[in-house]
Ligand binder design. Structure first.
Ligand SMILES: [Zn+2]
Length: 82
């Protein structure tokens, strides 16, 4: 599953964000005899991101989502249209 990348346009941060999301998941709950729980094989069925804010400057309004291409490509000029 491709993970979403973000960028803060205010400070340039690419790596530290506070993300608030609602996750629907299924997991194998493995209990010890003592009742201690270990969650295994966690499968994310649905994830809905509600809010992303920059960890450095605290700004939520300046955070933009990077497309897969943006995240992979080195910054370069767009090719001229044919
Ligand atoms: Zn920032």
């Amino acid at each position: 599953m491709p993970s979403t990348r973000y960028r803060c346009t205010a400070c340039g941060n690419l790596t530290r964000f506070d993300v608030t999301s609602t996750v629907r998941s299924r997991a194998f709950h493995h209990y010890t005899v003592g009742g201690e729980l270990e969650r295994q094989d966690v499968e994310i069925l649905n994830e809905s991101v509600e809010d992303v804010s920059c960890r450095w400057c605290g700004s939520g309004g300046s955070v933009v989502e990077l497309s897969a291409d943006d995240a992979l490509a080195e910054p370069q000029e767009a090719p001229e249209p044919a």
